[in-house]
Write a protein that binds this ligand. Structure first.
Ligand code: ADP
Length: 335
């Protein structure tokens, strides 16, 4: 117990995240020759979460793999410029940096083509994972995209198990991207496997439906938290409608903030960062029951993060500052 307390006091990083880091090529107009142009953007949910936390002045570090190519070096620079630690970033020779092209349909709907057969992001091996980095953190965050293929699937699950054994708070984002999985059942099985270690989980309504068979918030969240009692906090994001959460038998919701939306990429990651930021402020306090008001206040903060992230183009460049969040959320975040 004494050793555990010491470990907590010695935390030099707030949040360490493990997962995919890739390039998103997003449509960017047409050339003089009439050809579609694509803009090179950094992508990957765990890195977006860290970028949002770093913008809130948290100490963060990333664990993952990129290719030994110009895209990989660019992504390392992006992390550095975002003030995210790169000690855990691995350059692999086994595959090129993963690329995703975003296609915009006439009705504004997005679809993705992934160049990931293979992709460096899932070449992270169990032995590549910097355990010292995990030991130095208060929260370990991961998602399901790094569990689609080996070797990163084993690397992700073993890192989560290690973080849990060291007493870190474990945060999990089971991202549903069916095109990346062999089939629907494998997606469901693996996404569910990730729930085993998690203390905090964030889902969209679609992911709640996929994992529980119901999009009814009360019912679905109750089902999941009863099945996985270690999930102390289960969040569901509702786009412009805001969010909902359950902590044991206490539930709360908070409406979304009205903003001028430019690009919703990264809204969910900003939202999750807002939740982790709030939790960081409560770590070290004796575990206690949440009140509905505390949950609502946390949702308000996270909703403001998500809303502000939609007001600019791209995920990382539009992560808000703490002042912007406080201004938008106002009295709703006063405890
Ligand atoms: P994801 O990006 O994972 O699909 P959502 O679209 O639900 O997640 O967005 C996450 C959060 O960001 C929402 O819970 C909400 O608080 C905020 N948000 C998203 N879209 C909007 C919007 N159009 N207007 C205001 N807030 C939004």
């Amino acid at each position: 117990m004494v050793a555990e307390d010491q470990a907590h006091n010695e935390c030099t990083r707030d949040v360490v995240a493990l997962g995919e880091l890739l390039i998103d090529f997003t449509p960017h107009g047409v050339s003089d020759q009439g050809q579609l142009l694509f803009e090179r953007n950094p992508g990957g949910a765990p890195a977006n979460v860290l970028a949002a936390l770093a913008k809130l002045q948290c100490r963060t570090s990333f664990i993952g793999a990129v290719g030994e190519d110009s895209f990989g070096y660019y992504l390392k620079d992006v992390l550095t410029l975002s003030k995210i630690g790169t000690e855990g970033l691995v350059f692999t020779k086994e595959a090129g940096t993963t690329l995703a092209f975003v296609h915009l349909a006439a009705d504004g709907d997005r679809s993705f083509s992934f160049y990931r057969q293979p992709g460096a992001d899932y070449m992270l091996r169990e032995e590549d994972v910097n355990l010292e980095l995990i030991r130095s953190a208060s929260i370990f965050h991961y998602g399901s995209i790094s569990m689609t293929h080996e070797p990163s699937r084993t690397a992700t699950l073993s890192a989560a198990a290690y973080a849990k054994s060291r007493g870190l708070l474990i945060s999990y984002d089971p991202n549903l991207r069916l095109s990346l999985w062999e089939n629907e059942q494998t997606a469901k099985d693996r996404m569910t496997e990730g729930l085993e270690y998690a203390d905090v989980v964030k889902l969209s309504e679609e992911e709640l439906l996929f994992l529980t068979g119901t999009s009814e918030l009360e019912l679905g969240t109750k089902q999941l938290t009863e099945q996985y009692p270690s999930i102390g906090l289960l969040l569901v994001t509702l786009g412009p409608g805001g969010s909902y959460c359950r902590a044991g038998n206490i539930t709360a919701s908070h409406g979304g903030f009205c903003v001028e939306v430019q690009d919703t990429t990264g809204a969910g990651d900003a939202f999750f960062a807002g939740i982790l930021f709030t939790l960081l402020g409560k770590l070290g306090h004796a575990q206690k029951e949440w009140t509905m008001q505390e949950l609502r206040s946390m949702l308000a903060f996270a909703n403001a993060m998500g809303a502000l992230a939609t007001t600019g183009k791209g995920a990382i460049p539009s992560m808000p500052t703490i002042q912007e969040v406080r201004t938008l959320a106002g009295a709703d975040i006063a405890d």
